[in-house]
Write a protein that binds this ligand. Sequence first.
Ligand code: F6P
Length: 345
Amino acid sequence: MGKPQRIGILTAGGDCPGINAAIRGVGKTAIVRHGMEVIGISSGFSGLINLDVHPLTESALSGILTLGGTILGTSREKPFKKSGNLGVDKPKIIKKNYRELGLDCLVCIGGNGTQKTANLLAEEGLNVVGIPKTIDNDVFGTDFTFGFDSALTIATDAIDRLHTTANSHKRIMVIEVMGHNAGWLTLYAGLAGGGDVILLPELGLDIKAVNRYLLDRAYKKKPYSIVVVAEGIEKPKDYLSAADYIAAMIESGTKIETRKTILGYIQRGGSPSPMDRILATRFGSHAVDLIASGNFGRMVVNVGGLTSSIPLKDVAGKTRLVPTDHSLINKARSLDICMGDVCDV
Ligand code: F6P
């Protein structure tokens, strides 16, 4: 293969702040630095199946750095999933369309599911480069994904606001934070927002110990408590949400008036933080440098503050959970924050 001339780009999975900054990083580097042509693919892998594509010119990339969401649209289409495909061979259609579009490489911006699909397409012989994004920060192999810092800012601001209303009413406030099965966002927002109890999916939960801890705070004349809970904690099926479950268990166990807030999609919306804009720009530009040097089948990562890349096959099918001995968990315990597993008074 000669020098890559034409690349496709798609965004898949849940959106997050910073995706457009990454698209811009890819597009500008490809067009300006390497003289490539960039094809925008709409709605994730669906756009590659339905040939919903359009050229991304320099002008289309102007003014998108600060925009939330994704100008390309996204979907959770999983072309390799057998069920629901009704006899349609989606990977075959994707391969055919990739060739018909004359693509030299496909850039896949997405979380764990997207990188898994990207790896399968690479195994099918396509040139693919992955860029990790998600507010959950749970993509294997990278210290940070863009989207995380913006969501952290939003979640922290929400917790800050709960302090004053909790104090006025002398209540316990339970706030549920996104993160899928990982507790990164909850851990960071819980610490940044001054949570008294932080509940992560990665740690065990002893609700009686949590209640003893909260009662002890009340006994010590602390007027209110903030409980930050990850959406992914284990809960009985009859509760709709983690916040419902934890608030109910706390109110019945402590008899202290308890309220819940589910932050939800607010965490994924809006303009990216400056750190996410920078990380996304780095990732986007680095992805094109990989393509220009013929390094395919890789995902861009940030490790120890440096941008590099790792093979997609090392990422596929894995999730990066919070290690139970993470330094921030230990720091929280040192500050007498209850982490839900052992918080006896
Ligand atoms: O992966 C990002 C995320 O927002 C998770 O935190 C959450 O569990 C999930 O996506 C929600 O998915 P959907 O957009 O399909 O409702």
